[in-house]
Design a protein around this ligand. Structure first.
Ligand code: ARG
Length: 603
């Protein structure tokens, strides 16, 4: 109902202008005019919207707010466009103006959505509010080569993918970037180890399967810690690699390739698309980043290290904290690479990505890092006027005991095994249910349902939390058929598909929609919130808002379907109710697809 809300907003502004021309004129001089303070109604019995403008106006106008509200309502009532949308407004409490959209307008909105694959969500180009498609970079997943891709990276992958999907659906050009950690001193020991244990790998393509790189990493690290000669060779290897030695580069490439293959298996299973552009990509830009900072007068030499001191960020001693961009040994670090990345992402093509919004999805532990580099980039002048840099932080993934997630044996959890277990448990649940219901299904069906439900459960559990809080990973909770879970939502879609199988024609487009029951209106109003929810997720980057909405929609639908006859209803009610079922299924499917979750017809 965003378009209705926009129309009401401007009608309210005009009404306020007419009711209080002087106050309006002076508000326009100082800013944007008087804000009608339009918001969704706080309770359904108050209608659809409320305008709260009268309260803050009381003081400047020296009038009681109810009197102000009455004057605004008088003006609204002479506006034919307003009367076409709303019933006569009520004034409630201290002076809230409650607005109820005409039933025929709500029905017309439902009608329009039944014929609109976008379900009322405008494409940015088509939006006449002056919104433009914004080239966005979403930097997410970003595991480190040869190290474990852990649950934190899984969270980043799932949240980042969903945000990218929402932005893409709105019509923004999105560049999904995997900023993998593929550069750094750890490669010294990895390459040294590789050259010693598998020299043949460097000569013949695919000669050796490096196997589990995590084990490989551990072995190299062990030797690095125990063996001084190995340490020295590793350090020399770093220098060689940075100097572009062909053999070192080849070894580095092999290690990256091996990791990449492992990561890709996870992305494929989760149906996540990513473009790899790791830290190494920015190597050639690091020196010029430091040089740029120097030219801007931001660089300070501190004990041999090149730093930028932050404004407004101080340490325990009260002194400004630095972002170190070049260490005293001449080496660059994580922050330097991120600065180079920011400069590149905002720079105009072909020297850059031409982004106008750059979003980073990482754990909240990196908040200070990003605040620091964002500030430096800002002061260096690398962020264009309309450019936005946003860190999207999330909390830790914990076990049910509230501690770091571990396997029963106490090891770190492998993502592959975690996804396997989700699917296995979903399969066991399904087989139990089939047995209870006396249903016989083919193995292919069971496999497909278990895979969809298991992976959906993992994704949804992650997305449905407010991402900032830590989240407790529980297979039992995420796979439950009741509550705010993927299975509950998937089941609502299945239920509607079942209506069609029982002979309900869901392809209703022609009937003139009429509703009479409370549960019908409740469902209509819930369905029409979808576009506003998407707009909110796009702005606030909180996928859990979409989850909450889809959950509430499923609940409202289930209440409707339990209490109001559909297939057994008389015409025209039957068609009108089937139309609501159709739109509910469409909304759930589209909403879930924006979370990266496919749906099922049967489960
Ligand atoms: N590789 C980092 C990690 O594993 C995340 C990188 C996030 N992106 C960035 N541009 N810094 O924590």
């Amino acid at each position: 109902m965003l378009s209705l809300a926009h129309a009401l907003e401007s009608q309210l502004r005009a009404a306020i202008d007419r009711a209080f021309p002087e106050a309006s004129a002076s508000a326009r001089v100082s800013g944007t005019g008087l804000d009608p303070q339009l918001a969704p109604a706080s309770k359904p019995e108050f209608g659809d919207f409320q305008a709260n403008a009268a309260l803050p106006l009381a003081k400047p106008l020296k009038q009681p707010p109810r009197q102000i509200a009455a004057a605004i309502v008088d003006q609204l009532m002479v506006d034919t466009a307003f009367n076409a949308i709303c019933l006569a407004p009520d004034i409630a409490g201290p002076g809230f103006i409650n607005l109820t959209v005409r039933p025929e307008c709500l029905a017309a909105e439902v009608q329009a959505r039944l014929a609109d694959a976008r379900l009322g969500v405008p494409l940015v180009e088509a939006d006449n509010d002056g919104q433009q498609p914004t080239p966005v970079v979403v930097d997410f997943s970003s595991p480190n080569i040869a190290k474990e891709m852990h649950v934190g990276h899984l969270r980043s992958t799932i949240i980042g993918d969903s945000l990218a999907r929402v932005l893409e659906f709105r019509g923004h050009p999105v560049l999904r970037l995997n900023h993998v950690g593929d550069w750094g001193t750890q490669f010294g020991m990895l390459i040294t180890h590789l050259k010693q244990v598998a020299p043949e790998a460097l000569e013949t393509a695919d000669a050796v399967d490096l196997g589990d790189l995590v084990v490989f990493y551990r072995q190299a690290k062990q030797r690095f810690d125990d063996d001084e000669v190995f340490q020295t060779t590793s350090r020399e290897e770093v220098v060689k690699l940075q100097g572009g030695d062909p053999l070192s580069l080849k070894a580095w490439g092999l290690l990256c390739e091996q990791s990449r293959r492992e990561f890709q298996k996870i992305y494929d299973r989760l149906d996540v698309r990513l473009n790899e552009r790791g830290e190494s990509f920015y190597n050639v830009y690091l020196e010029s980043v430091v040089e740029d900072l120097n030219v801007s007068g931001l660089l300070v030499s501190d004990d041999g290290a090149q730093c930028v001191f932050l404004e407004g960020v101080t340490g325990k001693d009260g002194k400004p904290l630095p972002v170190i961009v070049q260490k005293s040994d001449g080496g660059f670090n994580y922050a330097t690479t991120d600065l180079a990345a920011i400069r590149y992402r905002f720079a105009a093509p072909p020297q850059g990505d031409g982004a106008r919004r750059v979003i980073y999805v990482t754990d909240a532990g990196q908040a200070n890092h990003f605040a620091g580099v964002f500030q430096v980039a800002q002061r260096a002048g690398w962020i264009p006027d309309a450019g936005r840099l946003q860190h999207v932080p999330f909390g830790l993934v914990q076990g049910e005991d509230g501690k770091k997630l571990k396997t029963r044996a106490g090891d770190t959890v492998r993502l592959r095994e975690l996804l396997d277990e989700a699917v296995e448990r979903a399969e066991a649940d399904l087989r139990r249910r089939l047995q209870e219901e006396g249903r016989v299904e083919q193995d292919s069906f069971i496999e497909q349902v278990a895979t969809t439900v298991g992976l959906a459960a993992v994704k949804y559990a992650d997305l449905s939390q407010n991402r900032i809080t830590n989240y407790q990973f529980s297979f039992d909770r995420m796979l439950a058929l009741q509550g705010n879970t993927a299975p509950y939502l998937l089941y609502a879609v299945v239920r509607i598909a079942g209506i069609a199988r029982k002979g309900g024609d869901l392809d209703v487009t022609t009937a003139e929609l009429q509703f009479s029951e409370t549960q019908e209106w409740a469902l209509v109003r819930e369905l029409l919130k979808f576009d506003a929810v998407i707009a909110e997720v796009e702005e606030e980057l909180l996928p859990n808002r979409l989850c909450t909405y889809l959950f509430e929609l499923s609940q409202v639908f289930n209440r409707f379907y339990d209490q109001v006859p559909v297939l057994k209803a008389e015409q025209p009610s039957r068609s009108c109710r089937l139309a609501l079922c159709r739109l509910t299924a469409d909304t759930l499917k589209l909403g879930l697809s924006l979370l990266g979750i496919p749906t099922l017809e049967r489960m």
